[in-house]
Design a protein around this ligand. Structure first.
Ligand SMILES: *[C@@H]1O[C@H](CO)[C@@H](O)[C@H](O)[C@H]1NC(C)=O
Ligand SMILES: *[C@@H]1O[C@H](CO)[C@@H](O)[C@H](O)[C@H]1NC(C)=O
Ligand SMILES: *[C@@H]1O[C@H](CO)[C@@H](O)[C@H](O)[C@H]1NC(C)=O
Length: 506
């Protein structure tokens, strides 16, 4: 159960294993920081500020800023891209500050303004990726400006890139509400992906080429059997909603990430290698079979936002369940391997966005969106909340906890057959030997391989992943033979390894 934390300063230092999401900020209604009360009164009088029309949907944390996006679905939203100062004196309901400035949020100013921003992404290169949909309104939305990618330098708060999506990237029904960023070998080697929920497309932008292209696929479409929603006591149909939540995996042994994606009206998880998405020729060149079905989450598992950490832990919102779910990518994607890390039938009604920051803290914003859109919010009640918790404590003792990582040093003897090691009192780890697995050709032995995809993890074994047998009875083994190790000769002549738990797990 998510709990309320009153003292702001302590949220980054939770050590307890049982910590779930802590409420950091909450609002009945949003408000903005104006330079003085006179300009705020003016904004209220002119209708430039109508607090009850503001619904926060996206979140991102970078340094001492917590970004919050507010779409201009109705009038009176003075800024669509905003931030909260995390180093300011604690205010449980802080006012929003426009980012990068008031001027930079001007409605209808296509060159230097922003109209409507949904989800945003800060990257490890200190850039903030922001897609302006150019729209104003919701059901009656008008397109004031074209879809435009804006990238800001977070160190200087200057916009360093503006790119207008090509007419070929969008269709008449296009509605893009999500963004993912894929950094490759360098900051230059970066791609952004945009999911077109109602146009059923995936748009790719190359930072290096300053160019974009669009993939189409039937996996981007909604499942007609899952278009009925029951959230916050409301029943409604979002049956046309296609590809929505997108998140890149860590870089795999082939040098590419996997982009995971899910249509909103669907319970199925799909994926595609970024080696396909990054290659513009694949749009034309029959890449249909490169898109994969990963698995089915289970019933009541609609999701709009997902994020994957460096170890392959995926977190996603479960909008029907007022909950956050998780999955670890080393385990088959099926309901038994999916857990709920937190659930709150009051505070987590429509957890709209989820992010993991550079300190491995999870951030969640909930906003009761269906009530805002389909009925009316009660402004005497708390409607919007921001939560945080350390990722590792959220997934601790769930099926999403990654296997303990074990270091191998060339002194420990690894049995040629499966072996059991006691690395900790009371903890028995099982290493199963896959040297006899027929699908690994003899000529390719001598590498550490991931048995899930047969990809080489390391040519010189530096670690292996061990599975706690209680969680995964059919533990997944790794090929432990190094290239210098041979089947020939007595066992005492073969290299051996020390086994101990990696320090980051402690
Ligand atoms: C959309 O319609 C609503 C209600 O009819 C109105 O209040 C709002 O101003 C309209 N928005 C736009 C952008 O036309
Ligand atoms: C990127 O493309 C846009 C067109 O949308 C152009 O205006 C801009 O100057 C280009 N930027 C760079 C760095 O090439
Ligand atoms: C891109 O895809 C095309 C068509 O499948 C292929 O011929 C080409 O080798 C690919 N390029 C790279 C860099 O993989």
């Amino acid at each position: 159960m998510a709990t309320r934390v009153l003292i702001f300063g302590c949220f980054v230092a939770f050590a307890s294993a049982t910590v779930k999401l802590q409420e950091i900020f909450s609002w009945r209604v949003l408000d903005w920081n104006y330079p003085d009360s006179y300009s705020r009164q003016n904004a209220l009088a002119s209708g430039a500020l109508t607090p009850e029309n503001a619904l926060p949907v996206g979140i991102e944390r970078w340094g001492n800023k917590l970004f919050v996006s507010v779409p201009r679905w109705r009038s009176g939203i003075p800024a669509t891209l905003n931030y909260i100062k995390l180093d300011a004196p604690y205010d449980p309901s802080p006012k929003l500050n426009p980012y990068p400035s008031w001027k930079g949020n001007e409605l209808g100013n296509c060159d230097t303004g922003l109209n409507t921003v949904y989800r945003i992404k800060a990257d490890r290169c200190g850039r903030l990726w922001v897609l302006d949909t150019g729209t104003y309104g919701y059901d009656n939305a008008t397109n004031l400006c074209p879809y435009t990618l804006n990238v800001y330098d977070l160190h200087t708060d200057q916009r360093i890139r503006r790119y207008v999506l090509r007419p070929e990237d969008i269709v008449s029904t296009t509605f893009i509400a999500n963004i993912a960023v894929d950094i490759g070998s360098s900051c230059e080697d970066t791609f952004a992906y945009f999911s077109d929920e109602l146009g059923y497309g995936l748009i790719v932008y190359s930072w290096e080429k300053n160019n974009s292209w669009r993939f189409s696929h039937s996996y981007f479409m909604p499942d007609p059997l899952t278009g009925d929603f029951n959230i916050a006591g409301l029943n409604f149909q979002w049956g046309a909603e296609g590809i929505f939540g997108i998140a890149p995996s860590p870089i795999k042994s082939d040098g590419y990430r996997t982009l995971y994606f899910t249509p909103l009206s669907s319970h199925t998880e799909f994926s595609v290698s970024t080696s396909i998405l990054r290659n513009e020729s694949k749009v034309e060149d029959g890449s249909f079979n490169d898109f994969k079905v990963v698995g089915v989450r289970g019933p009541d598992a609609h999701t709009t936002a997902k994020v994957i950490d460096d170890l392959g832990i995926q977190l996603f919102n479960l909008i029907d369940q007022n909950a956050i779910g998780c999955w670890y990518w080393g385990r088959p994607f099926k309901p038994q391997n999916i857990a709920v890390v937190d659930k709150d039938d009051v505070g987590l009604i429509f957890p709209s966005d989820i992010k993991i920051d550079d300190n491995r803290n999870v951030w969640v914003i909930s906003d009761r969106m269906p009530v805002f859109l389909e009925a009316e919010l009660d402004y005497s009640d708390i409607n919007f909340r921001i939560y945080s918790a350390p990722l590792d404590s959220l997934v601790k003792e769930t099926v999403c906890e990654p296997p303990a990582r074990v270091q191998l040093n060339p002194h420990t003897h690894i049995q040629p057959q499966s072996a059991i090691y006691n690395t900790n009192p009371g903890l028995t780890w099982h290493i199963s030997n896959i040297q006899n697995k027929p699908r690994i050709p003899q000529s390719q032995r001598g590498f550490l391989r991931n048995p899930l995809d047969d990809n080489i993890i390391a040519t010189t074994p530096s670690y292996i992943d061990l599975y706690y047998p209680k969680q995964t009875p059919q533990s997944i083994g790794y090929n432990l033979r190094s290239s210098t190790e041979s089947n020939k000769g007595p066992w005492w002549s073969r290299p051996t390894y020390d086994v101990y738990e990696d320090s980051y797990r402690n």
